[in-house]
Design a protein around this ligand. Structure first.
Ligand SMILES: NC(=O)c1ccc[n+]([C@@H]2O[C@H](COP(=O)([O-])OP(=O)(O)OC[C@H]3O[C@@H](n4cnc5c(N)ncnc54)[C@H](OP(=O)(O)O)[C@@H]3O)[C@@H](O)[C@H]2O)c1
Length: 421
C-alpha cells in the first residue's frame, strides 16, 4: 500500500533519533493533535478500564515477545467489546491483527465494528510482519483509540498520522498504560544508548540441577540431560522464535548437540547456529554438521574464531559445511564478545539465544550483554562443575516470573540495563 505524503499542518516535528536505522522509514516522525473524548459506544470509565485490562493481560506474553513491546487490542461493536487480541510471540502477528481475527471469528460483520482500542500506537513499517496500519485501514474501522505513542522517535506518531490522513478518527488516551509499567524492556530496547550501539536482544537460557550446577552427576541423564521432556519441548519453541543460537566450543566438545528446531518448535525458519571457538577445536565430524532429520530445521553453522588459526583445521571445517569467520581475540578469554554481538547484528539477528556452558554464559553476563534469562531447575540432585549463582547475584532482575513446567521450576526475568555487572 502506498501512503500519501505526510502533511505538516496541525502537528509538530519530533527530533530524529541518532544511530543506525532498525526498520528504516523515510518520513519525519510527527505527532497529530488529538483530544480525549468518550467513544460513543463505550463510556469513559469502561474505556479506561478496558485499556488497563488490555495492558495487564498483554504482559502475560512479555517474555515471548521481547524485545517487542507487550500490546493488547480490542474491537468494539454495538457499545460492547466484541473481541480482544494480544501480541503473543516475537515474529508473530501483532495485537491488532489478532483482535481483528478474533472479531471476524464472532461472525459480526466488519461494517458493524465501531472502534479499535490499542494500548500502543500501531506500527507503520515492515518488520517480521506487515505494518498494522495497513490492516487497520483494510478493516474499515473509522475510530481508533491509542493509549501510548511509539517511544522510538523515528516512528513516533507516524502510524497515527497515516490513519488520520485516511479519514480515521484517532484519539490518544495517555497515562492509562504507560510503557514504563507495561513494557519497560521495550524502553530499554529503544533507548538512545541501544540505538547508537545496536546489538541483538540476548536471552541466556540454561538448565541446572537442584544444587545449581549445569552438569548432572555422573550416570544421570547421559551426563547431559537435567530438564524434563516438557521443558525440552518448550526450549524447541523458544529456538523457533530466535534468529540465532550461540554456543561455546566447550558444549560442542562435551555434548555434541545439533541445535536444530524440532516440533513443537517451528522449524520453518531455523536460527543461525553460531559456535564461538577461538582455536577451531570443533571436530569436523561433529553432529551439528549432519543434515537435519525429517521435520527438523537447522540453520547454517557459523564458527567464529580468532584470526590466524590453523589453516588445515579451517579447511576441514569448511569441508564439513561450516562458515568460518575470523574475529579479534578478547583480552581475557576466547573471541571478543562485543564483536560477536556486532557480527550477529550485521547478519540481521535481532533476538538471540545463548545456549552454552558456564564459561561462555559467565562471559556474556559479565560483559552486560544478557537482556533476558530463562533458567530451568530440573528434579536432579547434586551435579558437577560451577553454578551461576555468583553471577546471578550481580544482576538486577525485573519483571521476574517463577513458574513450573513439567517437573522443572522455571525462572524468567529481564536484566535491568542500569545494573548490569
Ligand atoms: N545445563 C546447561 O544448560 C548446559 C548447556 C550447555 C552446556 N552445558 C555443559 O557445560 C559443559 C561445558 O562447559 P563450558 O563452559 O566449557 O562450555 P561453553 O561455555 O559452551 O564453551 C566454552 C568455550 O567457548 C570458547 N569461547 C570462545 N569465545 C569465548 C568467550 N568470549 N568467552 C568464553 N568462552 C569462549 C572457549 O574455548 P576456546 O578458548 O577454545 O575458544 C571456551 O572454553 C558441558 O559439560 C555441557 O554439558 C550445560
Amino acid at each position: 500500500m502506498q501512503y500519501p505524503p505526510v502533511a505538516e499542518s496541525g502537528s509538530f516535528p519530533r527530533p530524529r533519533a541518532e544511530g543506525p536505522d532498525r526498520d528504516a522509514h523515510p518520513r519525519e516522525a510527527v505527532v497529530p493533535t488529538m483530544s480525549r473524548t468518550p467513544v460513543p459506544t463505550l463510556g469513559e470509565t469502561e474505556l479506561a478500564r478496558l485499556i488497563e485490562e488490555l495492558a495487564r493481560e498483554s504482559r502475560r506474553f512479555r517474555f515471548e515477545v521481547a524485545p517487542n513491546p507487550c500490546v493488547g487490542a480490542a474491537v468494539l461493536a454495538h457499545g460492547q467489546v466484541l473481541a480482544r487480541g494480544y501480541h503473543e510471540a516475537w515474529g508473530g502477528p501483532h495485537a491488532e491483527v489478532n483482535a481483528f481475527a478474533a472479531a471476524e471469528a464472532t461472525g459480526v460483520p466488519a461494517s458493524e465494528w465501531d472502534a479499535l482500542v490499542i494500548t500502543l500506537e500501531p506500527c507503520s513499517t515492515h518488520g517480521k510482519t506487515p505494518p498494522c496500519v495497513e490492516r487497520i485501514l483494510k478493516s474499515g474501522v473509522k475510530h481508533v483509540i491509542v493509549a501510548e505513542l511509539d517511544p522510538d522517535r523515528r516512528h513516533q506518531g507516524i502510524g497515527l498520522r497515516i490513519l488520520q490522513e485516511h479519514g480515521v478518527k484517532v484519539e490518544l488516551w495517555e497515562r492509562l498504560a504507560p510503557l514504563s509499567k507495561v513494557a519497560p524492556h521495550f524502553l530499554a530496547w529503544t533507548s538512545q544508548e541501544r540505538l547508537r550501539r545496536p546489538r541483538p536482544w540476548t536471552i541466556a537460557k540454561w538448565a541446572q540441577t537442584r544444587s545449581g550446577q549445569l552438569v548432572p552427576p555422573q550416570g544421570v541423564g547421559g551426563g547431559r540431560w537435567i530438564s524434563s521432556h516438557a521443558a525440552l519441548e518448550e526450549v524447541q519453541r523458544l529456538r523457533g522464535r530466535v534468529d540465532a543460537i550461540v554456543t561455546g566450543v566447550g558444549t560442542i566438545l562435551t555434548d555434541d548437540p545439533r541445535f536444530t528446531v524440532r516440533p513443537p518448535g517451528d522449524p520453518s525458519h531455523p536460527p543461525l547456529r553460531v559456535v564461538l571457538d577461538s582455536r577451531l577445536r570443533t571436530p569436523a565430524n561433529a553432529t551439528i554438521f549432519r543434515p537435519p532429520g525429517p521435520g527438523e530445521g537447522g540453520g547454517p553453522v557459523h564458527i567464529l574464531c580468532v584470526a590466524g588459526t590453523d589453516p588445515i583445521r579451517h579447511g576441514a571445517l569448511l569441508a564439513s559445511g561450516a562458515l568460518v569467520h575470523e574475529l579479534h581475540a578478547a583480552t581475557d578469554d576466547g573471541v571478543n564478545l562485543r564483536e560477536v554481538q556486532e557480527w550477529l547484528w550485521d547478519r540481521g539477528a535481532r533476538r538471540v539465544l545463548v545456549e552454552a556452558g558456564p564459561r561462555l554464559l559467565t562471559h556474556y553476563i559479565t560483559a552486560g550483554f544478557v537482556d533476558q534469562l530463562r533458567i530451568y531447575t530440573g528434579a536432579v540432585n547434586g551435579g558437577q562443575g560451577p553454578t551461576m549463582a555468583q553471577r546471578l547475584m550481580t544482576m538486577k532482575l525485573h519483571d521476574r516470573l517463577d513458574r513450573e513446567w513439567g517437573a522443572d521450576a522455571v525462572l524468567e526475568a529481564f536484566v535491568d540495563p542500569d545494573r548490569r555487572p
